[in-house]
Design a protein around this ligand. Structure first.
Ligand code: SF4
Length: 364
């Protein structure tokens, strides 16, 4: 038997294992990445997804990203969004502008349900800035605050002198509902040191999510590929998320996307569609305890986003009324709600609007 046939048999055995509900190992995940049979990986991932979501529904949320500040002292080499304090383009949005953006989100047919507020790690903002802002937002609006990623939360710990648990507790009391998974990039320190050496270690990223879960909050987990990481690092990332999910069950979704190199210090090349779709499929097969895998049409474009529904995704993310972070690095795709609905329908699935917790609000 040829080497190619032996490899193909090996991949078949791994896929059979995944389809029978057996957990995949690090070695299994690496073998799947080494396989060139994208269609076979996609078919298995879709089968696993259909078992979890037999209703044929693909969800999306109507939300808005608000980047309240671009001031950041973490200086990630892959980031084209941040500006150092004092830079002529540095900004902190006024409360009024933030309120206006939230009102506009709610006004979209009364369907906007979530604000994803994220910024840089601003060294000059006191902890009370965040808690006061959340309270003011909650006094004025009925909206879910899915906001502040791990790096910002560690900055709040640093400026306040409080413990991580106390910071998250106070954010929750002030109105924070859920924490986005931004800043995970690759959950392994070799690559983190290369791309953002001032950012917290992967263990500290996880500590934020573990603490939030234990305090009763849901969070999401993300993964960014294309920094020059190896297959082993990608699979370790997935296994670390899976282990955390075993402990707390607090992740609502896993959201992989690709590094956008334009205007960044790191530079490099965009991951290809094959790399992305393979990652989506492998994530669905490795992450047997996470219900929702989100497509990233914002970085991959609507067509690859739609194709990812054949590779295990069951969610199209958001209508993304505003996005400033990946667009600064060259991802400039945009879609209306009607475009999203059409893409989902054309893929033979039923579109549905959801809330932050993946509860279906309306089907179309
Ligand atoms: S990715 Fe986030 S933490 Fe890193 S430089 Fe950009 S804004 Fe700052």
């Amino acid at each position: 038997m040829s080497v190619a046939n032996l490899k193909s048999d090996h991949v078949d055995r791994i896929l059979t294992k995944a389809l029978s509900g057996e957990r995949l190992t690090l070695e299994d995940g690496i073998a799947l990445y080494e396989s060139n049979d994208l269609v076979k990986l996609g078919a298995a991932a879709k089968q696993v997804m259909q078992r979890l979501h037999p209703d044929n529904i693909v969800t999306f949320v109507v939300n808005r990203n608000i980047n309240y500040t671009n001031v950041c002292d973490t200086y990630c080499r892959f980031c084209a969004f941040y500006r150092p304090e004092g830079h002529p383009e540095a900004y902190v949005l006024s409360d009024e502008i933030i309120f206006q953006k939230i009102q506009e989100t709610i006004d979209i047919g009364g369907e906007g349900s979530e604000i994803l507020m994220q910024g840089g790690t601003h060294p000059g903002l006191p902890f009370s800035y965040y808690t006061d802002l959340l309270k003011k937002i909650k006094e004025r609006f009925n909206i879910t605050m899915h906001s502040f990623s791990a790096a910002e939360i560690w900055k709040m710990v640093a400026v306040s002198g409080l413990s991580l648990e106390e910071v998250i507790r106070q954010l929750k009391e002030a109105g924070l509902d859920s924490i986005p998974g931004g800043g995970a990039e690759i959950l392994d320190d070799r690559i983190r040191l290369k791309i953002s050496k001032l950012k917290e270690s992967w263990v500290k990223w996880m500590e934020v999510h573990d603490t939030a879960h234990r305090l009763g909050m849901h969070t999401t987990a993300t993964m960014v590929i294309g920094f020059g990481e190896g297959y082993e690092e990608r699979i370790l990332h997935m296994i670390r998320v899976r282990e955390q999910q075993d402990k707390t069950g607090g992740f609502t979704a896993f959201i992989p996307w690709t590094y956008q190199p334009d205007n960044t210090a790191l530079k490099g090349k965009r991951a290809t569609a094959v790399e992305y779709l393979k990652t989506v499929a492998i994530a669905r097969l490795m992450l047997d305890n996470i219900n929702n895998i989100q497509a990233s049409w914002v970085t991959m474009g609507p067509k690859i986003g739609q194709a990812s529904l054949e590779f295990g995704c069951n969610d199209m993310g958001s209508t993304m009324i505003e996005e400033n972070v990946v667009s600064a690095a060259g991802a400039t795709h945009s879609m209306t709600k009607q475009d999203l609905i059409r893409l989902i329908r054309d893929a033979g699935r039923t579109p549905a609007r959801r809330n932050t917790y993946y509860k279906i609000l309306e089907t179309y």
